[in-house]
Ligand binder design. Structure first.
Ligand code: FES
Length: 272
């Protein structure tokens, strides 16, 4: 367990309450590889998603709408698409409509238990790796502003579920052709299917979800259905890190696929 903030003079890991070892750490493996790769992967996604979110273009090519731009909450994307359009923000919103909706999935990921570990290690070296001391003098955990806000993760989970439902709806619409006739299946339909499966697996594997379905129960034997669901979620939860990465890549690829179609770089191969 990590020391509570302020429990020892000076705080941090070199406060005199730890074993007096002169070496910075005793690890001889390439411990820096995982945080460096994590930081590079997250940075690549941040750069890509920022570009696409602000682009406000090339996000719809019938029957596919980019997951970055769904649902549409402003007026300025309405003529472009056939998916869910709720123009709550009307026509005064002049920026990219993606900015209105991305706050929810991004907030969900930003406060996710796994991503917290990932970026605390990758970007802040707090700590850089197991058994490698962090360079910071003080450690206050997530007990103070702004990191105490990480506690709102469960509310982002509540927001992430309807977003996943809407992306599921978009995936169903991907079985129509550009004239809205059902029975179409293109390569994009497959891309969307894989993406939505990974989005759901990631969302349901959330630690908050696990607590919601199985937490605060005294006797599992009295709640057999919740117990069964908790077991399913627990199995997914054990793969939360892998699902976090897989769904991050898949959502970027689904968006990039729509970008290629909408920008005319590529034609969606029709499978049947
Ligand atoms: Fe990762 Fe909830 S803990 S999404």
């Amino acid at each position: 367990p990590r020391p509570k903030s302020g429990t020892a003079p000076g705080g941090g890991v070199r406060d005199g309450t730890r074993a007096a070892i002169a070496a910075a750490h005793l690890r001889t493996d390439r411990w820096w590889l995982a945080p460096a790769a994590t930081a590079a992967g997250l940075l690549a996604f941040v750069v890509y998603s920022t570009w696409r979110a602000f682009a406000n273009a090339d996000y719809y090519q019938a029957p596919y709408v980019s997951p970055f731009y769904s649902p549409c909450l402003a007026d300025n994307c309405a003529p472009m698409r056939s998916g869910p359009n709720w123009e709550i923000f009307g026509n005064w919103w002049g920026l990219s409509p993606a900015l209105l909706i991305l706050i929810f999935p991004l907030g969900f990921r930003l406060t996710c238990y796994y991503y917290r570990k990932a970026y605390y290690r990758g970007f802040w070296a707090s700590p850089p790796a197991c058994a490698v001391a962090e360079p910071h003098k003080k450690y206050s955990g997530e007990t103070r502003f702004p990191l105490i806000l990480q506690n709102i993760h469960r509310y982002f989970f509540y927001a992430a579920v309807p977003v996943a439902v809407i992306l599921t709806y978009d995936t169903v619409l991907a079985f129509r052709d550009e004239h809205h006739a059902w029975g179409h299946m293109g390569l994009g339909t497959l891309v969307f299917l894989v993406n939505i499966a990974l989005i759901w697996a990631y969302t349901l594997s959330c630690h908050s979800c696990r607590h919601i379905v199985g937490g605060k129960l005294k006797h599992f034997s009295k709640h057999p259905v919740r117990y069964r669901v908790w077991q399913w979620v627990g199995r997914l939860n054990a793969r939360h890190m892998q699902l976090a990465w897989a769904s991050l890549v898949s959502v970027a690829l689904a968006d990039f696929y729509v970008y290629l179609l909408a920008s005319g770089a590529f034609d969606d191969p029709r499978l049947f």
